[in-house]
Design a binder for this molecule. Sequence first.
Ligand SMILES: Nc1nc2c(c(=O)[nH]1)N[C@H]1C(S)=C(S)[C@@H](COP(=O)(O)O)O[C@H]1N2
Ligand SMILES: [Mo]
Length: 345
Amino acid sequence: MDVDRSQLVMVKTEPFNAETPLDALREPVTPTVRHYVRSNFSLPDHPGTLTIGGAVERTLTLTLDELRAMPATTLTVTLECAGNGRIGLMPLPTGEPWAGNAVGTARWTGVPLHLLLEQAVPRADGVEVFFGGADHGPYKGGPDIAFGRALALDRARDPATQALVAWAMNDAPLPPDHGAPLRLVMPGWYGMASVKWLAKIEVLTTPYEGQFQTKSYQFEWPDRPREAVTTIFPRALITDPAPSDTLPRGPYTVRGKAWSGTGPITAVEVSIDGAGEWLPAHVAPPTGPYAWQEWHFDWAGAEPGRHVFRARATDAAGKCQPDSPAWNRLGYGNNAVQVLAFDVR
Ligand SMILES: Nc1nc2c(c(=O)[nH]1)N[C@H]1C(S)=C(S)[C@@H](COP(=O)(O)O)O[C@H]1N2
Ligand SMILES: [Mo]
């Protein structure tokens, strides 16, 4: 299958990491070739089957055709990398220097995870479910390791989690960069939980302690105990104007997207030139439980010169965005309010 990487904003060529271009973020669903890519290793060969084993009554090995023949669900999901916005942290943590657009929304189609687990029948001593990717390589000068993540068994088997073993993205087979031929999609969680090139599901009787579970994707706060990275924090993104745009004098409609893993978004507010109060923007109703929402603000316009917009989102859980990022050693979860400068001429 061809890999078209020409329409992304490059962060690293190998392994390939790239952001969604801003104009693609104006669309309700991100076109596949413009959806950000985050990979820890080079593109792997996938065995072409999915094995479900470990602490189960029935070990299953399913072919792609068998998976495609099972009842499928389609869910529109906003995926964001936990490292998105890392370059806003000072001092700059190690890790990919993501600006702010390692986010995208796609329609994912696949088998609900709970149906697969029900077929395998987890044993009573199961505590977690491990998801193994086919990708691997030497990691940070150490030995060869593979990408893998685990979820609590109760969460993985709960239909309300709405996790999918997806075989289609935007109504077409998954492309190589997004996990062909199979991936997990864990709605509402930062992207690391959505294991690509999924080859193996294993019910575990003890907690998984691999690199990408207990060392990466941890908030290491300077002033309080570490926490695992899980659900996406609320964020409002301004998609129009673009940074450093020059706008004509007169009224202008500011537009953007807002999302949260504990959504829906209940309010977006805008601040202009830091003056006065935050003003309410119009927020569109959610199109699904895990998809971003569009918002806009009708602005009367301003005098010629440089101006600054800020936008902030509040979600159904009452979570809001901080004015400045909460620094953590590995640079995750920067959902500080965006500050966007532009000119009026
Ligand atoms: N097997 C595997 N799955 C993976 C990764 C990876 O490196 N290997 N990266 C994760 C991270 S950190 C993110 S943000 C998402 C990105 O998904 P995308 O490339 O389809 O946008 O994939 C996740 N799944
Ligand atoms: Mo990520």
